[in-house]
Design a protein around this ligand. Structure first.
Ligand code: NAD
Length: 300
């Protein structure tokens, strides 16, 4: 397949590299020169612009920071037409960035109006998942477009789930990460409460991990050192999944909550808590570092 891979950052570069290794004809582009240099050094051919890369591609994959980046790149401007205008009719656009559900639907509508096919295909699994091709893809789009995208997603990931029509990949991502954000706070609060009550970390872990408190935030991302040696708490909360990214995703959850009018008080509160965390020490820490804020804010 001739693939244009745009956005060669933390996630995009290793994802593009896995497509190259699988034998695809990949041309990359990024707006940041350092990302271009890193891609070239890794063996990925780079075009002079995103438009050049997209013009000759059968598939255009985007891995950008936000929905605004995606829509602006699709649309372009009055002086410089965007990716949709330069791509050959019927090109498959795969957007793997994490963006709002309504932005994803807008991107689909723009692609369709320009005569292209598109899926939203956000990921979970982080940089390690991108490097090891073990990402989980949540995909929104028609059955036909999903089937066209699937073989490429299977090169970059281990699990590919068709969640429904346009935007429903992003819907699944935002719902999952809202569960994650809330549950990580719940686990952290329980450990701090246990500390105050004289309960050892290990005893709480041994009970909760085999009882109804069991969840990923406890058994994989345990916020205290010891019980799960691979969790970020054992390496001074180096991410993992940075507080800034959790704050971003909960911001998208909040947008979806507002759009739908759901009474999601825990989701909103989690957003408030991570916003404070990410604006302070937590931006570059794993989000499980929220336990330190809870300790610091607790009565002496
Ligand atoms: P990043 O900032 O490292 O990479 C994004 C890249 O896109 C940057 O290099 C930027 O220069 C480039 N870019 C922006 N506009 C562009 C354009 N018009 N043309 C070409 N390149 C452009 O971000 P990341 O960590 O790789 O994350 C990418 C997306 O994946 C985000 O939406 C993020 O929320 C999501 N995500 C990240 C992780 C993670 O652990 N990093 C996990 C899951 C999902």
């Amino acid at each position: 397949m001739r693939i244009s891979f745009l956005g060669l950052g933390h996630m995009g570069l290793p994802m593009a590299l896995n497509l190259v290794r699988a034998g695809h004809d990949v041309v990359g582009f990024d707006v940041v020169p350092a990302a271009i240099d890193a891609a070239r050094a890794a063996g990925i051919p780079v075009a002079d612009s995103g438009r050049d890369a997209a013009a000759s591609a059968e598939v255009v994959i985007t891995m950008f920071p936000s929905g605004r980046h995606v829509i602006d790149a699709y649309r372009g401007s009055a002086e410089t037409p965007g990716l949709l205008a330069v791509a050959a009719s019927g090109t498959l656009f795969i957007d793997s960035s994490t963006i709002a559900v309504d932005e994803a639907r807008e991107a689909h509508a723009l692609a369709e109006a320009a005569g292209h096919r598109s899926v939203d295909a956000p990921v979970s699994g982080g940089v390690v998942g991108a490097e090891n091709a073990t990402l989980a893809f949540m995909v929104g789009g028609t059955d036909e477009d999903f089937e066209a995208a699937r073989p490429l997603l299977e090169v970059m990931g281990r699990r590919v789930v068709h969640c429904g029509g346009a935007g429903l990949g992003q819907a699944a991502k935002v719902c999952n990460n809202m569960i994650l954000g809330i549950s990580q706070i719940a686990v952290a609060e329980a450990f701090v409460l246990g500390e105050r009550l004289g309960l050892s970390h290990q005893a709480l872990f041994d009970v909760a991990s085999n009882a109804s408190g069991q969840c990923w935030a406890l058994t994989t991302n345990c916020p205290v050192p010891g019980p799960v040696p691979t969790s970020p708490a054992n390496r001074d909360f180096q991410p993992g999944f940075a507080g800034a990214l959790m704050n971003k995703d909960l911001g998208l959850a909040e947008q979806a909550i507002e759009l739908t009018g759901v009474d999601a008080r825990m989701g909103r509160l989690a957003r408030e808590i991570y916003e404070e965390f990410a604006n302070g020490a937590g931006a570059g820490q794993d989000f499980s570092g929220i336990i330190n804020t809870i300790r610091a804010e607790s009565r002496a």
